[in-house]
Ligand binder design. Structure first.
Ligand code: NI
Length: 252
């Protein structure tokens, strides 16, 4: 791996892993001079869960995209075979290349979606994703995982969405995996939101994940690895969380 924000190196390694694991990469559209791609892999076994994993919404959170490369290297065939898998490896390529949260137009690619968007409009990347809303909703029919980092944190946590007032097996399964890599934050607040056992539950905020959940996706999570910790460990944690997500939703 080169520098964590080396876009060329990332795209080369991702393409090689995707090819080796039998994924097909195709363009969804173009945003700020970069092609936003989706990689898909058909299930080899039935019944299969339709699962979508998306990374790289924020350019200064590189462990998500690199974690997807590691996931494609490490995930057992027996796990991948149970899912109709769709991956969006890097939403915000211009921000990633610059090591910067926002895109080249100063927009936040994880705001401006759905009913709770408030005054926010989708970013250039968001407009591409919204244009493919029905396809993405179908791809995430059994679950969605969005991969983020919190640069200020030493601890790991997740926003999770599933029916009911309290987090269920899906949320707990994911955070238990994250806790194998990093400490959980103390119960209290993060960014003004209540966090308990490392989980912020059913918070709808105009994000990509909130939008797809509003639209019917039954379970989703936005995982946050801690930017204050070692980068290699964050990458491994992201890859493990992707594997856990597939296992939890595909029943593997
Ligand atoms: Ni983020």
């Amino acid at each position: 791996m080169g520098a964590s924000n080396n876009l060329c190196s990332f795209e080369t390694e991702l393409a090689a892993c995707a090819k080796a694991r039998g994924l097909r990469i195709e363009p969804l559209g173009s945003a700020l001079g970069h092609t936003l791609t989706i990689a898909t892999r058909a299930a080899r076994r039935a019944p299969a869960a339709r699962l979508l994993i998306a990374a790289g919404f924020h350019g200064e959170e590189p462990a998500g995209p690199w974690g997807m490369v590691e996931f494609l290297r490490l995930a057992p065939d027996a796990l991948l075979d149970r899912a109709e898998l769709s991956l969006i490896p890097l939403v915000n390529a211009s921000g990633f290349a610059a090591g910067r949260r926002l895109n080249d137009s100063g927009e936040n690619p994880n705001r401006g979606y759905g009913a709770r968007c408030g005054d926010d409009l989708p970013s250039a990347e968001g407009r591409v994703l919204v244009a493919h809303g029905q396809r993405l909703l179908h791809a995430a029919a059994d679950g969605l995982l969005c991969c983020h980092e919190d640069l200020a944190e030493h601890a790991t946590y997740a926003y999770t969405f599933e029916p009911g007032r309290a987090p269920g097996a899906f949320s707990h399964g994911l955070i238990d995996t994250a806790a194998r890599y990093f400490a959980l934050p103390p119960d209290g607040e993060i960014d003004g939101l209540p966090v308990r056992n490392g989980l912020i539950h059913n918070h709808y905020d105009g994000s990509f994940e909130a939008w797809l959940c509003e639209s019917g996706v039954p379970a989703a999570a936005c995982i946050e690895t801690p930017g204050q910790q070692d980068f290699g460990r964050r990458v491994l944690a992201q890859a493990a969380l992707m594997q856990a997500f597939v296992a939890l939703r595909a029943g593997a």
